[in-house]
Design a protein around this ligand. Sequence first.
Ligand SMILES: *Cc1c(COP(=O)(O)O)cnc(C)c1O
Length: 466
Amino acid sequence: MTDRQVLLRRLPAVDRLLNTPPLSELAGSHAHAQLRTAAQRAVDALRQHLLADGEPLPDLTPEAVARLAAEYLHALETPSLRRVLNLTGTVLHTNLGRAPLAESVLQAVVEVSRGYSTLEYDLAEGKRGERHVHVEELLCRLTGAEAALAVNNNAGAVLLALSALAGGKSALVSRGELIEIGGSFRIPEIMAAGGVRLVEVGATNKTHFDDYRKAIGPDTALILKVHTSNYRILGFTSAVTGEELAALGTERGVPVLEDLGSGLLLDLAQLGLPREPTVRETLATGIDVVTFSGDKLLGGPQAGLIVGKQEIVARLKKHPLARALRLDKMTLAALEATLRLYLDPQRALREVPTLRLLAISAGELQRRCQELLPQLQAAAGNRAELDIVATTATVGGGAMPLAELPGFAVAVTPRHSSLQQLTEHLRHGDPPVIGRVQDDRLLLDPRTLLPGEDALLVKALEQALT
Ligand SMILES: *Cc1c(COP(=O)(O)O)cnc(C)c1O
């Protein structure tokens, strides 16, 4: 018998583990079957480990194996989708869930989801109603549109609009707008998925009015304009304006769709951000239908918003994809409550977290860093060197890619461990903390540290360094 085979026989029995702390101490709060499964998993994992040649030999005492089983049980009970502290400074971090929601919005979600609701019930008539009424009028008021529809996300909104307006026919798109957004959303591919033939017009850097005019044929069902949200072509460039495309569409009887991507309801130049046309301004050019995201600069839940002419939106509402991509009650509640905040623009600027975080000034961030530094330094002791550095943050979510938000961050340089160990320990904390690594140190940017999270950060840093 080899050494490893001898060791296999030393693996403690599951029944023994159930009587060994710390697993035995969990008997009061867990079902016997749960404890048994965890113990079995620990034994199985160690058996695999022993059979794999070259692995260092594990500790096989009952206490060590029972500890492993208790860890499995804990991991099993930790939710997979959970809160993290975002210290990256990126306001719309797609991987960290994009827009945080306002308090009144969360209340609306809880209120509507705890019990029954008017999701598809018309109280005035006492009969079946339609779910999109909850946001349609608000969207029309906020954008000046004749009609509106909300679906699962903006990728879905574009797919629906393309399928309903140009399925089986062709659509014109400028070569400079055949973009890829993160997560494999590519205009040519989404068109193929919608059964739309892509007719490319112009060149990568320049597309002229005449390119569109000449490309229109009997098969043309749509002109698509796409906001190149996450990249810019600089230098020798030209593009055709929304006004020109809308006029061409009207003249030739071809609808014009603009995918705005982020979609603003307010002009954020007042926050020092780059000037971008709002949804209202885009519709005012005469474009027939505009799509945009709910959880980018709007600061609401994930959703795809479609606004435009009555007759066009009616065609979209009737398409089978509208049913497939429809919103659930929780998202509708969150979207309606977010849109309500915009009825008073000042209130939106105060209460929509995305707008509030974008508006934080460099001076305010410097004060936040000065406030956090002594607390973080006390938590770190002599295990890390901390100081305040000037830095810039990004908007994120593919919105305003060139915008730089000036600010300050606390830079952490660990003294006894590597930077990689520190970021890893922070990621495994409770709650996990995600920062930004730059110039061989970890930056903790307080722009995206939300109210009430300071103490959690301090504790997490202390634990990560011990
Ligand atoms: C972000 C974006 C999308 C995708 O929107 P989601 O809401 O993430 O599905 C589509 N088009 C453009 C131009 C975008 O910027």
